[in-house]
Design a protein around this ligand. Structure first.
Ligand code: G3I
Length: 381
C-alpha cells in the first residue's frame, strides 16, 4: 500500500487530479495522487476504454486513463464481431493499438472476450446448405479463433475472459440457452478454456458473468466452477462484472460473492464495475445487453447534472464497495471500472436509450467526482 498522508491527499485531490487530464501521460506529476498508486499494493485498478482514448483522438481521455489506471480492457474491440468479422478476415488494428497503449503506459491488458453468445457474427453458427453448424464445425471454428487471437497477443495480454455470461438468469437449467451450448453441448466451456491454454500457456484464464450477487445464480456459478476444477480445466479466476445500482445488490451479497469464489481457490476480479443512479423498473441485476426497458417522464431525472445529495449517495456506495474489496485484497486481484468517465458509459443507453447517467468516478469533463475522493480516502490506512 502506497502511504499518502491525509493532509497531502486532501490538498492534492480535486485540483491536482483535474490538472492531470491536460497533460500527456508521460508528463503527469509523479506526486499526484492516483488510483493506480493508491491501490498499488492491493490490486490492479482498471478501466474499459474505447479506441479514441487509446489511439490519440481523445488525448485527454487517454492521458487520464494512463495516469489513473494500471489495467485496461477493450470495451468492445476484442469481441468476436470486431476482431473476426468474417470467416477469413481478422481485424487486429484496434487490438494492436490497445496492446501498444498498455505497453507504453505500463498497464496490464485484459482480453475481453473469446466465447460469448452476444456480439458473435451469425456465420460462426452456420453450417452447410443452410443448416446449423455441426459440433465438429463449431469446435474447429472456436479453436481456430482462440488460437489465432490468443496466439497473437501471447505475452501481451495478461488474462482472457475466456467464456462470458454462460449462466442462465432463470429457469431450471444452470446454463443459458445459447448457440454454443445447443450446437456443441455443455462442454463448450471446458473446450474454450483448453484451447486458450494451448494457445498461451502463461495467460490467466477467467470465467466472467454478471448478477452473481444473486444467491441462485451465484450457487449455479459455484457448481459450474467446481466442475471445471474437478475436470482439470485450466481456469485461473472468476470475474464478477458488478454492474450495480445505488441500493442493490446488498453489500452483504457483494461480500459473500467474493468469499464464495475465493473459497474455490480462484482469483477473484471485479471486472465491469459501475453504479447506475437512474430509476429502474425491471430487474436491476440483469446486465444482458438485449434487455430493454421503456423510458417515461420520470426515467431520466438528472439531464442537467447530478444533485449534491445524489453525488454523496454515489460516493458512499463506492466507499462501501471499496471497503469490501480492500478487506478481501488477498483474493481480489483486480477492480476494473466499465468505462473511463460518465460520458463514456454504456449506462447512458441501457436499459433505456438516451438517458444521462453518472455511474463512474470521473465526470463528463474528466474531472474527479466526490465518488473518486471517497474511493481514494479508503486507500489511506
Ligand atoms: O460499432 C458501432 C458503430 O459503428 C455505430 O456507429 C454505433 C451506432 O450505434 O454502434 C456501434 O456499436 C455499438 C458498440 O457498443 C460500440 O459503441 C453497438 O451498437 C453496441 O451494442 C455496443 O454495446 C456494447 C455492448 O457490450 C455490446 O457489445 C457496450 O458498448 C459495452 O459496454 C457492453 O459491454 C458488456 C460487456 O462486453 C459484457 N458484460 C456486459 C457489458 C454491458 O452490456
Amino acid at each position: 500500500m502506497q502511504l499518502i498522508s491525509r493532509r497531502s491527499f486532501l490538498t492534492l485531490t480535486a485540483g491536482a487530479v483535474a490538472g492531470v487530464v491536460h497533460q500527456p501521460a508521460a508528463a503527469a506529476d509523479p506526486s499526484t495522487p492516483t488510483l493506480r498508486k493508491a491501490f498499488a499494493n492491493d490490486f490492479l485498478i482498471g478501466a474499459a476504454l474505447n479506441t479514441a482514448q487509446i489511439d490519440g483522438r481523445d488525448a485527454k481521455g487517454g492521458a487520464l486513463a494512463a495516469s489513473q489506471f494500471s489495467a485496461l480492457t477493450a470495451e468492445n474491440d476484442m469481441k468476436w464481431q470486431s476482431i473476426h468479422p468474417a470467416p477469413d478476415r481478422y481485424n487486429f488494428q484496434a487490438a494492436d493499438a490497445y496492446a501498444k497503449f498498455a505497453g507504453k503506459n505500463d498497464m496490464k491488458l485484459i482480453g475481453h472476450c473469446l466465447v460469448w453468445h452476444s456480439q458473435t457474427p451469425a456465420w460462426v453458427f452456420q453450417g452447410d446448405n443452410g443448416q446449423p453448424a455441426t459440433r465438429e464445425q463449431l469446435l474447429k471454428r472456436m479453436r481456430d479463433h482462440i488460437h489465432t487471437v490468443v496466439g497473437r497477443y501471447k505475452g501481451k495480454v495478461m488474462g482472457w475472459d475466456v467464456v462470458n455470461e454462460a449462466l442462465a438468469d432463470g429457469g431450471s437449467d444452470i446454463l443459458r440457452d445459447s448457440p454454443w451450448r445447443r450446437i456443441i453441448g455443455d462442454d463448450f466451456i471446458d473446450q474454450a478454456f483448453r484451447f486458450a491454454r494451448e494457445a498461451d500457456p502463461k495467460a490467466e484464464l477467467y470465467y466472467n458473468d454478471y448478477g452473481l450477487e444473486n444467491e441462485r445464480k451465484r450457487s449455479n456459478c459455484v457448481k459450474l466452477l467446481k466442475g471445471l476444477k474437478e475436470r482439470g480445466v485450466p481456469i485461473t479466476g472468476v470475474g464478477t462484472q458488478s454492474h450495480f445500482h445505488l441500493n442493490s445488490p446488498p453489500l452483504a451479497e457483494v461480500e459473500k460473492t467474493i468469499v464464495d469464489f475465493a473459497a474455490l481457490k480462484l482469483k477473484v476480479m471485479v471486472t465491469e464495475l459501475d453504479v447506475d443512479v437512474l430509476p429502474s423498473r425491471g430487474n436491476p441485476g440483469n446486465a444482458d445487453i438485449n434487455r430493454r426497458e421503456q423510458g417515461g417522464d420520470r426515467s431520466n431525472p438528472y439531464t442537467s447534472g447530478l444533485p449534491d445529495d445524489m453525488q454523496e449517495k454515489l460516493a458512499k456506495r463506492y466507499a462501501d464497495l471499496f471497503a469490501i474489496y480492500l478487506r478481501h485484497r488477498n483474493s481480489v486481484t483486480r477492480v476494473t471500472f466499465w468505462g473511463l468517465d460518465d460520458g463514456h458509459s454504456w449506462l447512458n443507453g441501457f436499459p433505456v436509450r438516451g438517458r444521462t447517467n453518472y455511474p463512474l468516478l470521473f465526470d463528463r469533463n474528466l474531472k474527479p467526482k466526490p465518488a473518486f475522493t471517497a474511493v481514494m480516502k479508503k486507500s489511506i490506512k
